[in-house]
Design a protein around this ligand. Sequence first.
Ligand code: FE2
Ligand code: FE2
Length: 338
Amino acid sequence: MATAAARDTAGSPTAQEAPAGLGDPAEFQRAFDAAVAADERIEPRDWMPDAYRATLVRQIAQHAHSEIIGMQPEANWITRAPSLRRKAILMAKVQDEAGHGLYLYSAAETLGVGRDELLDKLHSGRQKYSSIFNYPTLTWADVGAIGWLVDGAAITNQVPLCRCSYGPYARAMVRVCKEESFHQRQGYELLLALSKGTPEQHAMAQDAVDRWWWPSLMMFGPPDDESQHSAQSMAWKIKRHSNDELRQRFVDICVPQAESLGLTLPDPDLRWNEERGHYDFGAIDWSEFWEVLKGNGPCNEERLSRRRKAHEEGAWVREAAAAHAAKHRNDETGATRA
Ligand SMILES: [Fe+2]
Ligand SMILES: [Fe+2]
């Protein structure tokens, strides 16, 4: 967005606070609307409506929290990976998720909220993370099912976010999506090895897919007619496709992949619909989704208490890093003076 009024404004005034002499609030709103309509990026220094900012903070924070909580179910298997190769892949993947969290917390910071504040809201349950991470990883095959289905669903959701109207979020997504595609492929390859292995390994892969399929479909959020924020987010071009559109896209991608894997998807109603040009699929149990969201999933408590503990135990690292940064700044100042 490149209107002179918005560019010349230090910080990001709200419409009510738009400084005198730089145009009236309605002008700021018009410039914002025109930028969104023209598919231009909104940048941190541009004026934006308060509700747009609040929506982005909520969405980016939830996304960042999901990345770091999402490290837990898979980290559970790092020490028990069946080979050095698998261990190295899984460690790289889990580390990537920490990195995704960092890009996203940084993107949220450009909107004027601090990382401490966001983490505090996560730890006190005032902000959510994706419910998918409240399911347990019972066997090694779950690492494959998560990569194939959970990271696969994440990619389907996130590729359109690379064109999101808010610049820092869109740019973070470009790199995240590249890494997610590695995550998805390692999961697929892991499941393929199990599926073509012994009958026990095949059964383990099938069991994991049976447990992860429906929760993965829920990752796209409630149906369009029940989704609170969708319409406004689409008008602002934060979201580019509705929940149901993305869910359908994901199902259409997964069905042939499941066939190549030699595995079945646990849905008797899944069949190609010639007329629609899409796969039909069965009804999703939304009562399960709402229960997990309310905090009653199998691992909600475990995930949050582990996160809080990790945060407390990492306090000395944050303090040391801050002290080091302060010392570095002082050294630099000293050098300049000398
Ligand atoms: Fe990620
Ligand atoms: Fe991932």
